[in-house]
Design a protein around this ligand. Structure first.
Ligand code: PAF
Length: 288
């Protein structure tokens, strides 16, 4: 492996980032991209550690992408912690941080041209957040064009995002490999998320319902789909401040809901609102 430069350098513009990556490429370095919206936590750090194993140079992008937030969502209050993020990434040995302003990424305002996520992009997260996945794929596509990485890394917690990114890369022949890193959890099971910091102590306790529902579904998986859905949904019965949005079991190949008699490996997705905070989680289970 090529020697890694110590200390993260922060590029606020596309031109600077491209020049930095070109410099590394000239040395023969391979490049990994970890796209993030900042407010970094151990889940992101797991992506970075894996990226360091896979490539000589790690680029982390930090950009809260307005295109993937709906009008009533948390774009304005989304946590922005750039200094702390850069310090943490430096400690992890990251080489380059791409931290553009919205005007750098969208100089003419929100782009007319979008990558569309198709039918699956309108389901589950996409049903609750119309346009979210088109906005996400559009910015991921831009980031892949800007950085030109050999590999890009995504967290399994956003399972639908992972499915759609993989499909985009395949459909549009983007020359990058996609690496998926398992969800990082708190010791009690809560999946790490930048949005967990919105939760007060009571809501933090209630948020465990999502991972409990996945565990209950997994425990019932030998009895088939109906039992999985019944047990998973039942986990939400006891909590007044948790509102289930969806709990669904999908085929990992198509991301469409499985048939009643499905068998084998499937993905159970759950989303719920805890107070004003929307959380998601998922687990791979085996229907018997
Ligand atoms: O998962 C996220 O943080 C975002 O959706 C991503 C991939 C960085 C695109 O804005």
């Amino acid at each position: 492996m090529t020697e890694v430069t110590a200390g993260a350098r922060v590029a606020p513009t596309i031109g600077e980032l491209r020049a930095m990556v070109a410099g590394q490429r000239a040395r023969g370095a391979s490049v990994a991209l970890v796209p993030t919206m900042g407010a970094l936590h151990e889940g992101h750090f797991a992506l970075v550690r894996r990226a360091r194993e896979l490539a000589d140079v790690v680029v982390v992008s930090i950009f809260v992408n307005p295109l993937q937030f709906g009008a009533n969502e948390d774009l304005d209050r989304y946590p922005r912690t750039l200094d702390a993020d850069v310090a943490a990434l430096t400690a992890l040995g990251v080489d380059l941080v791409f931290a553009p302003a919205a005007a750098e990424m969208y100089p003419n305002g929100e782009t007319e041209t979008r990558v569309t996520a198709g039918h699956v992009g309108t389901l589950y997260e996409g049903a609750s957040r119309p346009g979210h996945f088109d906005g996400m794929l559009t910015v991921v596509s831009k980031l892949l064009h800007i950085v030109g990485p050999d590999v890009a890394l995504f967290g399994q917690k956003d399972a639908q995002q992972v499915f759609l990114v993989r499909r985009m890369v395949r459909d549009l022949d983007v020359p990058v490999s996609i690496e998926v890193v398992p969800t990082v959890r708190e010791p009690d099971g809560l999946a790490l998320s930048s949005r967990n910091r919105y939760l007060d102590p009571g809501q933090r306790a209630a948020a465990l319902t999502l991972s409990e529902a996945l565990r209950a579904g997994d425990a019932a998986s030998g009895d088939g789909l109906a039992e999985v859905l019944a047990e998973g949904t039942a986990a939400f019965g006891d909590h007044d401040d948790v509102t289930l949005d969806y709990l669904v079991v999908v085929d990992p190949q198509t991301f469409l809901p499985v048939d009643d008699d499905a068998r084998g490996e499937v993905v159970m997705l759950v989303a719920a609102r805890v107070g004003a905070t929307r959380l998601i989680d998922n687990a791979t289970i085996t229907l018997g």
